[in-house]
Write a new protein. Structure first.
Ligand code: C5P
Length: 297
């Protein structure tokens, strides 16, 4: 079956960053990936996908992006017989290579927009899974427990509260792959802490900082920029701080807005550039109204 996706009115779709509210690695899988238990959360720090009506597909990539997942998503869609009538561009706001999932979100949110407008989910999930382990989550965003390679997703209710994050200055080629390669069995755990955290959210309870784990902590602590950022959080008054996913972004969470704001100010005074963020539940109403998906032969 072939599909035509038509953008009927100008749309600006936020492609949100994500945090990993805990990430446990259970071990290595036969396919070379690692088996994960993690909680993924979209936050209100977003790139912007700009979609406009056009007779055929035109994509204007942002400057300076090396591995453009949006371009690859469009290529996969075209290969699967999806005709896209739209002009697309992308405004970057999420720091790149920070572990905030920016590139994955740009591609995953675009696929999500088409799914929520009527493109078959299975088709989009297959493409998203090929693009990267984090990409399928962004088809819906929100809060999810992710297992397997990171692509087996169960939606959860969001936590309440505020996140404060800092992106340490760390450039590492093929960062995610390198960090996975640096894991040893001593970094593996059974996933129970993250599963208990997920159960708390499912019951409407709030995050328990004691249940946050990060399998990459040991390898990440070998980088001075990460150590300094974690220390800066504690010095600024945070009770705890963790890397998000494979880092290097470091975050903390507070149920109180005033405490998060105070911490943000203290981190600014120490010379860092903290980002204050809240959980974000994407809304797909405008894409449903502005994009048409139809079958053709
Ligand atoms: O899936 P993605 O392309 O984002 O993964 C990048 C790299 O991270 C993989 O090539 C693999 O080395 C590693 N990875 C892993 N286990 C996962 C996810 C990623 O080992 N669950």
């Amino acid at each position: 079956m072939l599909y035509r996706v038509t953008v009927r009115e100008p749309l600006v779709v936020p492609a949100p960053a994500k945090l990993n509210l805990g990430l446990e690695v259970l071990g290595k899988r036969p396919d070379g990936y690692h088996e994960l238990v993690t909680i993924l959360q979209t936050i209100d720090l977003s790139d912007r996908l700009i979609l406009e009506p056009a007779p055929r597909l035109a994509y204007q990539p942002p400057p300076g992006i090396s591995d453009d997942l949006v371009a690859r998503a469009l290529q996969f869609l075209t290969e699967k017989g999806v005709v896209i009538e739209a002009h697309l561009s992308l405004e970057k706001h999420i720091p790149v290579a920070a572990g905030l999932g920016g590139g994955s979100s740009d591609a995953g949110t675009l696929l999500g927009a088409f799914v929520h407008a009527g493109l078959p989910r299975l088709l989009a999930v297959a493409i998203a899974t090929q693009l990267g382990s984090d990409v399928p989550f962004f088809l819906d965003g929100g809060t999810a427990l992710a297992r397997g390679r990171g692509t087996d997703l169960v939606p959860l209710p969001p936590p309440n509260g505020w996140f404060v994050l800092v992106v340490p200055e760390l450039t590492l080629a093929h960062k995610t792959r390198q960090l996975y390669a640096a894991l040893s069995p001593a970094d593996y755990s059974d996933g129970m802490a993250t599963l208990r955290q997920a159960e708390r959210l499912r019951l409407g309870q709030n995050l328990d900082p004691q249940l946050v784990r990060n399998a990459f902590l040991r390898p990440l602590l070998t980088f001075e920029a990460v150590r300094r950022t974690l220390d800066a959080f504690l010095t600024a008054g945070a009770r705890w701080a963790w890397p998000s996913g494979a880092g290097p972004t470091v975050f903390t969470w507070s149920p109180q807005r005033a405490a998060a704001e105070q911490l943000t100010l203290a981190l600014e005074r120490s010379g860092l550039r903290p980002i204050l963020a809240v959980p974000l539940q994407p809304s797909w109403e405008q894409v449903r109204a502005g994009i048409t998906v139809e079958q053709y032969h």
